[in-house]
Each structure stands twice: as structure tokens, then as C-alpha cells.
Design a protein around this ligand. Structure first.
Ligand SMILES: [Zn+2]
Length: 327
């Protein structure tokens, strides 16, 4: 955002399957404060809209923000978003919200435009403008969680594809004989580095290895990727081996992205990136070894910087960009 633009405040809405985060932000992307309310997806978007409005109004009052000065509000959610109609059209976690004019309903009540964006696109945009992607024009953004999502900034623009469905990087094939994925494919990257599959591989390592490990004290159903980071930091050899292997599997996915997009930077987000170089250095080594030599030698592979704020920051900046400041 150019420095001569007047600073003003607005709000952003990040709709997740479990919680909705509502943040007050500066137009440059800085989060002032945020509130979280349960999504209660099963009650539908009309119920959610009322609760979002109550929370926004309380936030505006608390922060002393004039609703008329917000210019635009950004909102993001999981699923394919139709930017023309400003609605989500395919969202497994929010089925009853599909084709619902939630953004328009909020806009009518708030008196400012509300723009909807896919959550990982918003995250990529946030990291590009305010986080680990700053200053680059070609970025691949990947987020590792329950699923593995992707977002693309190509030639200095968010790339959505012909129908808003681009960037499903987690569903790149790694193994032609691999297990079924949640998508119609088999052996996807997500099937290897999604949280449940990291835990699955950890349990296999524990079974096959006689090495002592504090991970053996955990019940399998309670195990999460963050336990690997904590254990590895405490010198646990099994945790370190699983993280190294996860980094290598991630790297095998990144090889394709480096060859296809020739990005300046790959930004990797999600809880497991707290493992830092234990995860990313093996990925870098695989990329250097297996991707085309020129793009492989130039690409930077870095952790995301904005954490859970990336999507709400990106959605807000996208909204303000689509609706330029008046005057
Ligand atoms: Zn898949």
C-alpha cells in the first residue's frame, strides 16, 4: 500500500469450520484486535450473519471505529469462491452455506461492500503483502494442517484460475500407487504431509523402531504434529526422523511447484512449520537435488510469518484493493 494513502481502520472476517475470527485492522494490514466466535456451521449462514454483526458492532465500538469510514470489509472461507457472485460455491465444511449471499447480507447491514475470498488465497495474499512473501512477485504458498492448501501469487497477482479453483497444491500426486485421498485422486501430497498422515507415519516409526521416545507416552488419538516439534527439540530421535521424512516428502511436492511456476519464494505455513529447519531444510535439499537446476538454485523456501492472522489480513487487503479508497 503506497505510503501516501490515508490510514483508516476496517474489519475482516475469517470463517473457519470451527470458529469465525473477526479482526479490526489498519488498511495497511496490521491487526489491532480480534474476537473469535463459534461457527456453528449446521445452523446455517443466516444465524452466523447475525452473530458476526453483533461481534463486529461490539468490536467497532470498543476500538472507536466509524462504520462509515471502513470503505470495505474482507471475508474468507474454505471452498471455491465465485468472485463474480461473491458467494462460496463448493465447500465441504460449509455445505449449507453454498450459494448463500452471506457477504451481500453483511454488506447491506454494515453499509459497506463485503468481499469474499477463498481462505488459502487470502492467506497467500496476506503473506505476500505483509508477511514472508513481501517484495517478491512470484510466490507459491502452502499451508500444512488437517488438509494441505495452496495459494499462488504469479506475476504480482493472486492467481485464481478459470473458475476460482486454482492452487490445490495439496492434491498433487506423489505416489501413483498411494492410498485414496479425500479428493478423487490417490497418493496426494496431502495424503503424506496432512496432519493425520504425519501422525500415522509417526506411529509406524514407533512400531518399527526400538529407540526410546517420549512419543510412546502419548495416546495415538491425542498425538498431533506439534508433539513432534516439542519432542524433537528435547532430543527425541524418532520425532526428529519423522520431521526429516516429512520435510523430504514435502520437498518432493515442492519439486513440481518449482518446475511449474519458477517461484522466487515458497512460503510454508501451518502449525508444523514451528519445526523450522528440521522440516524445511530436508525439503530444500530435495528441491536442490531434484528440481530443474536454475529455478531450484534461485528459490527460497521459508516459513510463513503471519500465523493465524494471514487469511484475515489478506482478505481485508483484497477487499480494499477491489474497492479503492474514495477520494
Ligand atoms: Zn487429494
Amino acid at each position: 500500500m503506497p505510503g501516501d494513502v490515508v490510514k483508516f481502520r476496517t474489519v475482516g472476517i475469517d470463517v473457519g469450520g470451527t470458529n469465525i475470527k473477526i479482526a479490526a485492522l489498519w488498511n495497511g494490514g496490521g491487526v489491532i484486535s480480534a474476537e473469535s466466535i463459534p461457527t456453528r456451521a449446521e445452523r446455517g449462514p443466516v444465524d452466523a450473519a447475525e452473530r458476526i454483526l453483533v461481534t463486529i458492532r461490539a468490536l467497532l465500538q470498543r476500538e472507536g471505529i466509524d462504520p462509515g469510514g471502513m470503505h470495505a470489509v474482507g471475508m474468507d472461507c474454505a471452498g471455491i469462491v465465485d468472485p463474480e457472485r461473491n458467494v462460496v460455491i463448493d465447500s465441504p465444511n460449509l455445505r449449507s452455506w453454498e450459494n448463500d449471499p452471506l457477504a451481500q447480507r453483511l454488506a447491506d447491514r454494515l453499509g459497506v461492500p463485503v468481499y469474499l475470498e477463498n481462505d488459502v488465497n487470502a492467506m497467500a495474499y496476506g503473506e505476500w503483502r505483509c508477511g514472508a512473501g513481501r517484495g517478491a512477485d512470484h510466490i507459491v504458498c502452502l499451508t500444512l494442517g488437517t488438509g494441505v492448501g495452496g495459494g499462488l501469487i504469479l506475476d504480482g497477482r493472486l492467481y485464481r484460475g478459470a473458475h476460482g479453483a486454482a492452487g490445490e497444491l495439496g492434491h498433487t500426486t506423489l505416489d501413483l500407487r498411494g492410498a485414496s485421498c479425500t479428493c478423487p485422486n490417490i497418493g496426494c501430497l496431502e495424503r503424506h504431509v496432512g496432519a493425520a498422515y504425519i501422525v500415522e507415519r509417526t506411529l509406524r516409526h514407533l512400531q518399527e523402531s526400538a529407540a526410546p521416545s517420549r512419543l510412546r507416552d502419548l495416546e495415538p488419538q491425542d498425538m498431533a504434529p506439534r508433539d513432534l516439534t516439542l519432542a524433537a527439540d528435547a532430543g527425541d530421535p524418532v520425532a526428529a526422523a519423522v520431521l526429516r521424512e516429512t520435510g523430504e516428502l514435502l520437498g518432493k511436492g515442492l519439486v513440481s511447484f518449482v518446475n511449474i511456476f519458477n517461484p522466487e519464494r515458497i512460503v510454508v505455513g501451518g502449525g508444523i512449520t514451528k519445526a523450522g529447519d528440521r522440516l524445511l531444510e530436508p525439503a530444500r535439499q530435495i528441491v536442490r537435488r531434484h528440481a530443474m537446476s536454475l529455478p531450484a538454485s534461485m528459490v527460497e523456501i521459508v516459513p510463513a510469518e503471519l500465523g493465524d492472522d494471514a487469511a484475515v489480513v489478506g482478505a481485508t487487503l483484497l477487499a480494499l484493493e477491489q474497492h479503492p479508497t474514495r477520494g
